[in-house]
Design a protein around this ligand. Structure first.
Ligand code: C2E
Ligand code: CA
Ligand code: CA
Length: 398
């Protein structure tokens, strides 16, 4: 079943009595619901854009209680059973009990109605902004699933300058999603949404597959030394059962050298150290190093550095931005760099936008710089043609 459905006026979406496995979100057009009770046909009304249909059947798997027909040309998005149940199972037990009790009561009420009574449509118009934003999320999640299936997520590569080698020797893979009618959606928005369910797992696998493909292509072109490419993983992805094994398998199957693939751990919640440490150990044994991302902000803290062995520390871009605000700001950057070096990690500073920043970082002994000065995240063909690696030369020439 496709995730998006286009119906002509008069076409039937589903019939009364059919089994159901998903609900539908109306994107455009209108759907009429009608059921046959004895000899009578009862109209339950017409639903329009932004409304859900069939959600009750989706919840309990009971057959469709009415027939849904497109009134005009209509576009729908499927809200799959699993997609919803996963959220329900992950929700507060009280909310779960409440939903279940309401569902049973609704079914009991419907069963107790006289044969010819008009059944209430399962669906009501939504005016509440909170519910609207829920619908927005359902839509985004369905569209993201579709993007994964159709391969329309793009992975871009931001170059990282190595000050010892005076060249770009690594990249960070950053995912981009071009949403028709909405323009590019920031990963800051959809990664968070994907992380709320296991959808983050296929997103991560998708990015990983693209990155391995690029590394293989570069190797086949004879590029030497092979750059390393970092993939972002949230701790939730990292501890997903089988994740570490899959990452290692992909690298081994492609025959990539040690260090070609790097993992960046981005943290939005508190880390549970033991499972993360186990995964890191397994990957490291197979030549996959780790970077602690966004160091110095949010949940990325000193305890992480204490409990886990990172080969790289990525200093959050806020520090680079504020470096020249005064001696205190500079002293903090200096201290972070000294500390990272003290535990044997290399430092990558993010958000480097000016020559002055780059030179100051060089004086502090920072080895790796990433930011718009070196280059923005570039499409894959620029990496493969070597164009994306010519960051600073371009700046020097301009
Ligand atoms: P991040 O890992 O901290 O990535 C760096 C972000 O800073 C990127 O934003 C990048 O475009 C931006 N940036 C780089 N250089 C500069 C600069 O010089 N100045 C400024 N102002 N910004 C700069 P982007 O691509 O929007 O990514 C946002 C976040 O989304 C990433 O933050 C990362 O946490 C997450 N993300 C991106 N791709 C993936 C992915 O494949 N998987 C996961 N789990 N998360 C991802
Ligand atoms: Ca990152
Ligand atoms: Ca970062």
């Amino acid at each position: 079943m496709g995730i998006r459905r286009d119906l002509f006026a008069g076409e039937v979406l589903y019939r009364q009595g059919e089994p159901s496995d998903c609900a539908w979100l109306i994107e455009q057009g209108a759907i009429e619901l009608a059921s046959v009770q004895g000899r009578r046909t009862i109209q339950h009304g017409v639903l329009g854009p932004g409304e859900l249909i069939g959600e009750l059947s989706m919840l309990d798997g009971a057959p469709r209680s009415a027939t849904a027909t497109a009134r005009v040309d209509t576009v729908l998005l499927a809200v799959e059973h699993d997609q919803f149940l996963e959220r329900l199972e992950g929700s507060d037990p009280i909310v779960r009990t409440l939903v279940d009790s309401l569902r049973r009561r609704m079914r009991a009420l419907m069963a107790a109605l006289p044969e010819d009574a008009a059944l209430p449509a399962e669906d009501v118009a939504i005016d509440d902004p909170e519910e609207r934003s829920g619908i927005g999320k359902i839509r985004l999640e369905s569209q993201l699933r579709e993007a994964l299936d159709s391969g329309t997520l793009e992975v871009r590569y931001q170059p990282i300058h190595d000050m010892h080698a005076h060249a770009v020797r690594s990249y960070e893979a950053l995912v981009r999603w071009q949403l028709p009618g909405r323009g590019p959606v920031s990963p800051a928005e959809f990664i968070k949404l994907a992380e709320e369910t296991s959808l983050i797992v296929p997103v991560g696998e998708y990015v990983l597959d693209r990155v391995v493909e690029v590394l293989v292509a570069l190797r086949d072109q004879g590029v030497s030394p092979l750059p390393s490419i970092a993939v972002n993983l949230s701790a939730r992805q990292l501890v997903e059962p089988g994740m570490a094994r899959q990452v290692v398998q992909r690298v081994q199957r492609a025959g990539l050298p040690e260090g070609a693939l790097k993992l960046e751990v981005t943290e939005s919640r508190m880390l549970d150290y033991a499972p993360v440490a186990a995964v890191m150990r397994h990957c490291r044994e197979h030549g996959i190093p780790f970077a602690l991302d966004d160091f110095g902000t949010g949940y990325s803290n000193l305890t992480h550095l204490h409990k886990l062995d990172f080969e790289f520390v990525k200093v959050d871009q806020a520090f680079c931005r504020q470096m020249f605000d005064g001696p205190r700001a500079m002293a903090i950057v200096e201290a972070i760099v000294a500390m990272a070096h003290g535990i044997g990690a290399q430092v990558i500073v993010e958000g480097v936008e000016t020559r002055e920043q780059l030179e100051a970082l060089g004086r502090l002994g920072v080895r790796h710089a990433q930011g718009y000065l070196i280059g923005q995240a570039a499409p894959v063909h620029e990496v493969l043609s070597g164009e994306a690696a010519r960051g600073l030369e371009r700046v020097a020439a301009g």
